[in-house]
Design a protein around this ligand. Structure first.
Ligand code: ADP
Ligand code: ASP
Ligand code: MG
Length: 463
């Protein structure tokens, strides 16, 4: 049985880190499949250049694209020199990298000159971060005598539908192909290094699985290959009781159930992507989150069993950059299924609703990501015209705070203790929701209050 080892952007952010990650791969005995993200920050940069060149005058496009590609080449060259110690291997990786960057340059020029960036083009452009990085990781492995080959997610067998930007894998076809392709690599004692995040549709056009999607690639491969374990290697010791960037006393959680981990990830603990849990859970594949910079730490193990801990609440998560949308209108009271119509129109616009508050006859509130606001207002405006909705208001500068723990299920008085704690910290709660799994309670507060709210809950329930 294989182990899938996924390295996130910060773990493979430069040559030295890639070399250290390669050594961790070598140290894992037995067959393995490696999944690699782009170097930290590169996907953001690719999106930025792609979206900025469409607004530039044609005379400036070429200069900007050349400048970008020059900088990317320098970063890639440095990484290759730092990680790929074998001279022959290094030469090959460098020339393959230059070929890829040339393809990127042509694509960016096309987008810039045509002033047209479709989701399809954006996926193609975003894919270069991972495509460049698998070359380096594979070269680093070959340099330390771990026979390896680099593959895109598509070359590894993952096929998706054509929802560019957030594509869905076609499981049965992907499963068959992945087993045949990666299976034969493993049989021949070659360690495949696969791009996270990207795949392609049935017409072989590159798709992406959504931001942070490399975790998802790892668990898909784990599921298809019936892996022994999926390892998520990152820059913290595992899943902690809260984001260590918010509360420095955050402690490691040794085990979590799939449901707890999914809730935590969904509600903001970005250390793993919430979408990665489903393939692992259905395949009953254990997930281990580990620290590339502190590999001797056991990390967090995610399995089926919901382990209750004393204190009931295991962790506190925060989602930033969200808004509350509030719909008010007299017409709402007389119109049947208003909530259904609102949510289906947002669903059609591919907008994810994070939280909904109980609606009254003339009022309905929900939370969405800040980046979806414009599209949400357009979609709602098209469906609900003039006199129907008296007003749509958007409340900015808010955060969703969530407490998670399997022990909350059936434990009386937890909600009142949670809200008493935040009230004592002088924090105003604007909206509340409890998941049906009963392992989480979420509420919305002003962003200025988030630090004191998290600290007070962490201090009271986790210590
Ligand atoms: P990678 O580059 O490995 O994909 P990410 O940046 O996506 O890593 O996720 C790791 C980061 O997640 C950590 O540096 C940490 O700041 C943040 N984080 C948020 N909540 C948690 C939590 N509960 N436990 C651990 N890390 C968390
Ligand atoms: N590189 C992609 C991103 O930044 C995917 C990932 O890192 O998981 O979103
Ligand atoms: Mg990540």
């Amino acid at each position: 049985m294989v182990v899938v080892m996924k390295f996130g952007g910060s773990s493979v952010a430069d040559g030295k880190r890639i070399q250290a990650a390669a050594k961790l791969v070598k140290a894992e005995k037995g067959p393995k499949v490696v999944v690699v993200s782009a170097m930290g920050g590169v996907t953001d940069k690719l999106i930025k250049i792609a979206t900025s060149v469409i607004d530039l005058p044609n005379t400036v496009v070429e200069r900007e694209v050349s400048r970008f590609c020059r900088e990317l080449t320098m970063q890639q060259r440095k990484a290759v020199i730092g990680a790929v110690t074998n001279k022959k291997e290094r030469g090959e990786v460098l020339s393959q990298s230059l070929e890829l960057i040339e393809k990127l340059r042509v694509a960016l020029l096309g987008v810039g000159y045509l002033e047209d960036l479709s989701p399809k083009s954006l996926d193609y452009i975003q894919s270069f971060g991972e495509r460049l990085n698998v070359l380096v990781m594979s070269g680093a492995l070959n340099s330390i005598s771990v026979k390896s080959a680099s593959l895109t997610g598509f070359e590894a067998g993952i096929v998706t539908d054509s929802s560019f930007g957030r594509a869905h894998p076609l499981h049965s076809k992907s499963r068959k192909q992945v087993n045949s392709i990666l299976g034969s690599h493993v049989k021949n004692k070659i360690t495949p290094v696969v791009t996270g995040f990207i795949a392609a549709d049935e017409k072989a056009r590159i798709t992406t699985l959504g931001r942070g999607g490399s975790d998802y690639t790892a668990s898909l491969l784990g599921n298809y290959l019936k892996a022994k374990e999926v390892q998520i290697w990152t820059d913290v010791d595992g899943i902690l009781t809260t984001d260590p960037k918010l509360v420095s006393e955050a402690k490691l959680i040794p085990t979590l159930s799939y449901v707890e981990a999914m809730d935590l990830a969904y509600f903001g603990a970005k250390v793993i992507h919430s979408k990665m849990i489903e393939p692992a859970m259905t395949g009953r594949i254990p997930v281990r989150v580990k620290n590339t910079f502190n590999p001797s730490c056991e990390g967090t193990l995610i399995v089926s069993r919901q382990k209750k801990v004393s204190g009931v609440i295991k962790a506190v998560a925060v989602i930033k950059n969200v808004v509350i949308v509030n719909l008010e209108g007299v017409g709402m009271a007389e119109t049947p299924n208003i909530a259904g119509r609102v949510f289906s129109c947002l669903g059609e616009a591919n907008i994810n609703i994070l939280m909904i508050s109980g609606s009254s006859e003339s009022n309905l509130s929900f939370v969405i990501s800040e980046s979806d606001v414009e599209r949400a207002l357009d979609a709602l405006g098209m469906v609900f015209t003039n006199n129907f909705l008296k007003s749509i208001s958007v409340l900015e500068e808010v955060n969703v705070l969530t407490v998670v723990g399997a022990g909350m299920r059936g434990t009386k008085g937890i909600a009142s203790k949670v809200f008493a704690t935040v009230a004592e910290a002088d924090v105003n709660v604007m909206m509340i929701a409890q998941g049906s799994s009963e392992v989480n309670i979420s509420f919305v507060i002003e962003s200025d209050d988030v630090e004191k709210a998290v600290k007070s809950l962490h201090g009271e329930f986790i210590g």
